[in-house]
Design a protein around this ligand. Structure first.
Ligand code: HEM
Length: 454
């Protein structure tokens, strides 16, 4: 395949490109792929290029077929300063052992154990809504964020994290800004530089406390026997505290805090965004919403939703999948290439930054008819005739999202719980423009009017 290079490396053009990307990466990525095609090479330093690759075959090669040639990109490093070294950012033997330790907790069958915790949290949120007048305008993005954190808190840590919502938000915001900065200023924050990490630490240091504080307290309390898992089965904290490496050594407190912090942040920000975008789209496309309400009413028949109901809600499931196609929370996935490679016909030199952005793959005309349209039917059983790597909201290969089944159950249970009793309507401002930081968020919040279903 022919790789088209963005003009450069003239300093002024490069600076302008970087400024545009920092300002609005989504539109720039779309425009670059429309202009230069599926394989775009952009000089981002004297010897380094960013390869923006947007065909399923590219994603499959980088994430799965030749995954050993790729490590998490240097752009993930600021996250490490923010949440410690956890599964999302670690590599090698450390990553392998920790993934093996927590994998069983997130197996599809065992995730059903979290169903009651998810459904209870949704009901708690709805109970709070019962006191609000019909027509009250809510920031649904903030509400979904608080709910998703509540769910992660109770299901994985048996703890009430509602007091940490503000701090989590600040820490996440700081980390996202620095991660973006690190990507956009690769000359000074290049692959071998530790500047981005230092900057992230300093930035997070501006907030009263990073997230290690609250997470550290959870770990200390559990070790001291002051808390216990709540669900009648070991929670993630028990698994981490009881974990041993191959030599039989326990995980250190720093290890546990790194992993716990990773799950807290990775486990709530992404699902919260998915729920917010799903609700916005359902309001913008009333026929899809009516179909979802009919499905929920007939399957639940007035009962509260439970994990066993999720497989009986194919339209609700398809709505979530289509929302993640249009607004993938992890909008770009990036790797550093270790050795020279040929990525489905694209020559990629060692040391390159390689991006396989779900945002581009999910809108590729060749694989998605009417790519900008909202059509959940694409995800109904029997309608999924496309390459596996055309749709990668949860990534792929060995580093694929460990929380996929958790997220799929949570989003369906929460949407069904809301739809059973309430309808959320967009204000005249409509669907907000997405802001692309580490995750794809509704720009300045998502404001919707709360209406009771009669
Ligand atoms: C809609 C929700 C979610 C989306 C779209 C999502 C997306 C992703 C993606 C794309 C990756 C791979 C990143 C890469 O390859 O560089 C990932 C990894 C990860 N996700 Fe998720 N995620 C979601 C929910 C969750 C939940 C609920 C949890 C935990 C409860 C979680 C925990 C993780 C962890 C720990 C990793 C790192 C896995 C590893 O490298 O071994 N995620 N996620």
């Amino acid at each position: 395949m022919k790789t088209r290079s963005v003009p450069g490396p003239s300093a002024s053009i490069a600076a302008r490109q970087l400024a545009m990307i920092f300002h609005n990466p989504l539109d720039v990525y779309l425009a670059l792929s429309a202009r230069y095609g599926d394989a775009v090479r952009m000089p981002i330093g004297p010897k380094t290029s960013l390869f923006m690759l947007s065909r399923p075959a590219h994603a499959e090669h980088v994430l799965a077929a030749n995954q050993d040639n790729y490590v998490k990109a240097f752009t993930y490093r600021p996250l490490r300063a923010l949440i410690g070294d956890g599964l999302l950012t670690s590599e090698g033997e450390r990553w392998r052992q920790h993934r093996k330790l927590v994998q069983p907790t997130f197996a599809r069958r065992d995730v059903a154990l979290f169903g009651p915790g998810m459904a209870d949290a949704a009901q708690r949120m709805l109970k709070g809504w019962d006191d609000l007048a019909d027509g009250t305008v809510l920031n649904v993005a903030a509400r979904m964020s608080a709910l998703a954190l509540d769910i992660v808190g109770w299901t994985l840590f048996s703890a009430d994290l509602s007091g940490e919502v503000a701090q989590m938000g600040r820490a996440m915001g700081a980390g996202q800004r620095v991660a973006m900065l690190a990507t956009m200023l690769p000359l000074s924050y290049g692959p071998r530089s530790t500047k981005a990490v230092k900057l992230a630490s300093r930035w997070v240091g501006h907030t009263p406390e990073g997230i290690e504080g609250p997470v550290g307290r959870l770990v200390a309390d559990r070790r001291a026997g002051k808390t216990a898992s709540a669900g009648g089965h070991p929670d993630l904290l028990d698994v981490l505290i009881g974990g041993r490496d191959q030599q039989g050594a326990e995980l250190t407190d720093a290890d546990i805090i790194g992993e716990a912090g990773t799950f807290m942040l990775a486990g709530h920000e992404t699902t919260a965004n998915t729920l917010a975008w799903s609700l916005a789209l359902l309001s913008a496309f009333p026929a899809a919403r009516v179909r979802l309400e009919d499905e929920v009413d007939s399957v639940l028949n007035g009962q509260l939703p439970a994990a066993a109901d999720a497989p009986k809600l194919p339209w609700t499931t398809a709505v979530v999948a289509e929302a993640m196609r249009l607004y993938p929370p992890a909008w770009t996935i990036e790797r550093d290439a270790l050795a020279d490679d040929d990525v489905a016909g694209v020559p990629v030199p060692a040391g390159s930054l390689v991006a396989v952005p779900p945002y581009l793959l999910h809108r590729h005309r060749e694989f998605w008819p009417d790519p900008a349209g909202f059509d959940p039917a694409r995800f109904l059983p029997g309608h999924q005739d496309r390459p596996r790597y055309a749709y990668i909201p949860f990534g792929g290969g060995k580093r694929a999202c460990i929380g996929q089944s958790f997220a799929e159950l949570e989003t369906v249970l929460v949407l069904a719980s809301i739809a059973q009793r309430y309808r959320l309507e967009l204000t005249p401002a409509g669907i907000p423009k997405p802001t692309a930081n580490v995750t794809l968020r509704p720009g300045r919040g998502l404001y919707m009017r709360l209406l009771r279903r009669t």
